[in-house]
Design a protein around this ligand. Structure first.
Ligand code: FAD
Length: 463
């Protein structure tokens, strides 16, 4: 537990983050957690049990990608559509327990919307809704792909994996255009390690795909076929439930304090010239962490900063004065539609909108170098929703957009070895453990982060 005197000082730090370091140097925190998103809050929760903890975040509002805002009675998950699921029952139970009953269970109703047809997701299991000629083509190309696979074959990149495992029909109609849209990079430059990550894009069950292709309804991606969501408070309720525990343990959470410099001292670290800590656990993006390390001895690390590629995200909320179809989220592979996915957040919880109204959240990825005009992206989003027949202009109550600089880490070919080198260097030579979606630069969902934080061994760091 952090003592009272330290808490007062921490409040002082948060209120005066521009001031000189002067008298603040006397405070030594046991554990500084950099970044207070889902990974940071879970780490704070874990380490508060046996050390004084300070969690530092650069944003004005805490929550990271799990942030929710309420606008005129509409509850909007501004970091994109988030639901709770896991194939690991223990981890799922742990997340649901955080919510202490503030939870609702759903049967997934998600689709791929392709030229006016809603194909149940995942696409390969939803083929049964297509006309017989299309199903036959899907099955024939799948068999062709299977026949040419030899057991030792390993796809070298995402494009090869898609064609090799799904055949050319599913690839060309859905997976290639959809993945181009979300990644905005040539798919032969993207690694395949993340598609094998449990919980993401599983390799289809061939028997089910064949059944679906001959017209029998089947259900794939079973661990997500049922999902959970907070009854009240949007997805941030999950974050807030842990936040409250952490605050009760006496952890100080400092917002509006970007980590900009880290110096190694005789007894630990000096952060932003103000905060002294014996141990650092990092969850902020690796390039930001590396850039903040002072001293030319880290030049070796700095050369890798550009290897950590990512996409930003714009979310556009469209509040509507009409009821919604019984859909959760819809994938849109068409290249002439600006968003890759839209979700009906009113169907996640009835408390997300006033009664009789509905709420769409559309998601658009942006590569980091691209300039962004949020107003025209919002306008195009509404136009495309109209073109798809989802929205009529007169139903729109308001449109509001948000941008996240860091949304999707990109597993470029070669990232694995760079990541391993950088994480080993940070842990062994600098004494910083780095975790989470940005701290380990992996396509991780909330459940994978729960597991990663649980597994982190305290003794590995500076002890
Ligand atoms: C569109 C989208 C949909 C998703 N859907 C799901 C889903 O349905 N289910 C699911 O389980 N997971 C989902 N995820 C994944 C989930 O959002 C992440 O696993 C999780 O939120 C990552 O938490 P994090 O703390 O690692 O990162 P973040 O939430 O990004 O937190 C990082 C924190 O670091 C802070 N920070 C950054 N730079 C600095 C700095 N220099 N100094 C100080 N602070 C800094 C930021 O302000 C932020 O608070 C989704 C992700 C996206 C993008």
């Amino acid at each position: 537990m952090i003592d009272r005197e330290k808490l007062i000082l921490v409040n002082h730090i948060s209120n005066t983050h521009q001031e000189e370091s002067g008298g603040l140097r006397a405070v030594m925190i046991d554990t500084a957690v950099l970044g207070c998103g889902w990974t940071g809050i879970l780490l704070s929760n874990k380490y508060a049990k046996f050390s004084s903890v300070l969690c530092i975040d650069g944003a004005e509002k805490l929550g990271g990608l799990l942030r929710t805002e309420v606008v005129d009675g509409f509850t909007i998950d501004v970091g994109g559509s988030h639901v709770i699921f896991s194939r690991d029952r223990g981890v799922l139970d742990k997340m649901l327990n955080f919510l202490s009953g503030n939870v609702v269970e759903h049967e997934r109703k998600s689709y791929v919307q392709l030229n006016g047809v809603f194909i149940p997701y995942p696409f390969e299991n939803g083929l049964y809704v297509l006309p017989p000629e299309e199903r036959a083509e899907a099955l024939a190309s799948l068999i062709e792909a299977l026949l040419s696979l030899d057991k030792s074959w390993m796809p070298k990149n995402l494009e090869e994996w898609i064609y090799g495992f799904f055949g050319s029909y599913i690839a060309k109609r859905y997976l290639i255009p959809y993945n181009r849209k979300i990644w905005k990079r040539p798919l032969d430059e993207i690694d395949v390690d993340w598609v094998y990550t449990p919980g993401r894009l599983p390799i289809p069950n061939w028997r089910d795909v064949v059944r679906s292709a001959i017209g029998i309804p089947t259900q794939g991606y079973l661990e997500q076929a049922k999902f959970y969501y907070p009854l009240k408070g949007g997805i941030q309720a999950l974050y807030s439930a842990v936040y409250e525990r952490v605050a009760n343990e006496g952890v100080a959470l400092v917002k509006n304090n970007r980590v900009e410099s880290i110096k190694i001292t005789l007894d630990g670290f000096l952060i932003n010239e103000k905060i002294r800590a014996k141990r650092i656990l990092n969850t902020i993006p690796l390039p930001s962490l590396i850039e903040s390390l002072s001293g030319s001895i880290y030049d070796d690390l700095k050369q890798y900063v550009r290897d950590f590629d990512y996409n930003s995200l714009i979310t556009v909320a469209v509040a509507l004065d009409k009821s919604a179809p019984p859909h959760h989220w819809i994938y849109v592979p068409n290249e002439d539609v600006i968003f890759h996915r839209y979700s009906w957040l009113n169907n996640y919880s009835v408390y997300n909108t006033p009664s009789g109204k509905s709420l769409i959240l559309a998601e658009i990825t942006i590569p980091p170098s691209k300039s962004v005009d949020i107003a025209s992206i919002s306008e195009k989003t509404v136009l495309d929703l109209e073109r798809l027949g989802v929205v009529e202009g007169e139903d729109v109550i308001f449109v509001k957009a948000w941008m996240y600089e860091y949304a999707y880490p990109i597993h470029r070919i070669g990232l694995n070895s760079v990541r391993k080198y950088v994480l080993d260097y940070l842990l062994k030579k600098v004494g910083i453990a780095s975790l989470g979606r940005w701290g380990s630069w992996r396509y991780m969902n909330t459940d994978a982060i729960v597991r990663e934080v649980e597994r982190l061994n305290y003794k590995h760091i500076g002890e």
